[in-house]
Design a protein around this ligand. Structure first.
Ligand SMILES: NC(=O)c1ccc[n+]([C@@H]2O[C@H](COP(=O)([O-])OP(=O)(O)OC[C@H]3O[C@@H](n4cnc5c(N)ncnc54)[C@H](OP(=O)(O)O)[C@@H]3O)[C@@H](O)[C@H]2O)c1
Length: 262
């Protein structure tokens, strides 16, 4: 099996490194500007702490987990190391809004590059990882990478032109789902359920509902209809949500993320 290195072990870099540690990687390299952060992670998952240039020299797959604004500088720091390697490393970027063309302009047109867009549930193995690869990445390389990241969640191939739109659901969706969970819990609290219990019930309900949509499988309308007995209480709740323009608000939220300029 191959090795993987992470440059930037912040929220998302560390989430993916944790998943990688459950995968078949031979070795995991961890580099971070604040070294103590990488050291703490290494103590937890068993990787080896190193610096950016060493990670670039050694890892077969090099994951950049830094902020988009910092990415060109970090690539510039390791570019000569990557260029000098006989066995080219596959560069993996998770930087929001940074397209393959820009990555290839920074890394060199011949460089094998994969662009991914993970979401935060990757931290618990339930993420969605959208990915698109440059033609310089071989099928074999891509398959090693996907196998190695399977513990992060579900990897979904995404045509790059749709990446931004899909990210409005996968990347931003956890925040929207969290707002909904919070509101569900608030409603339960208003009706007398203790806060801690209300939060747990709301989260479990979202989990179970998502599972039915995926495993049953059924479409959202089918699930809603299953719960809304004629003359029952749920349809009254649906009426209240419709009065509050709930669905329109959610649609607008996804469009707002799509229209945001980087
Ligand atoms: N968070 C999400 O839900 C999410 C979702 C999809 C994609 N992403 C993408 O993931 C990337 C990271 O986001 P994040 O939320 O994880 O940010 P973050 O928590 O701020 O992590 C960024 C990490 O990069 C490190 N870093 C910065 N400059 C560095 C350098 N020169 N060399 C080595 N390490 C360096 C930082 O180190 P310090 O400890 O010194 O600050 C920090 O640990 C971004 O490109 C973002 O677009 C994030």
């Amino acid at each position: 099996m191959a090795t993987i290195g992470f440059i930037g072990t912040g929220s998302m870099g560390s989430a993916l490194a944790r998943a990688a540690a459950k995968g078949p990687w031979e070795k995991i390299w961890l580099a971070n500007r604040t070294r103590a952060k990488a050291e703490k992670l290494a103590a937890e998952i068993g990787g080896e702490v190193t610096d950016n240039r060493t990670a670039a020299a050694k890892a077969d797959f090099l994951v950049f987990g830094v902020e988009p604004a910092e990415l060109p500088e970090v690539i510039a720091e390791v570019r000569d190391v990557l260029d000098g390697r006989e066995n080219k490393a596959v560069a993996v970027s998770m930087a929001a809004g940074v397209e393959l063309a820009r990555l290839r302009a920074c890394l060199g047109e011949a460089a094998p590059v994969v662009r991914i867009m993970p979401n935060i549930p990757a931290a618990v193995g339930a993420g969605v990882i959208l990915y698109t690869a440059a033609p310089t990445v071989t099928e074999a390389q891509l398959s090693v990478f996907l196998r190695g990241m399977a513990a992060a969640g579900t990897c979904v191939a995404m045509e790059e032109g749709r990446m931004k739109a899909a990210t409005g659901v996968t990347g931003c969706g956890p925040a929207f789902a969290a707002l909904f969970a919070e509101a569900l819990a608030d409603g339960a609290v208003a009706c007398g359920v203790p806060r801690a219990e209300a939060k747990k019930l709301a989260a479990l309900t979202l989990l179970g509902s998502a599972k039915m949509l995926l495993d049953a499988p059924m479409d959202p309308e089918g699930l809603k209809d299953l719960v809304c007995s004629p003359g029952g209480s749920t349809i009254q709740g649906v009426r209240a949500l419709e009065n509050g323009a709930f669905r329109a608000a959610v649609i607008e939220a996804v469009i707002a993320t799509f229209e945001k300029k980087f």
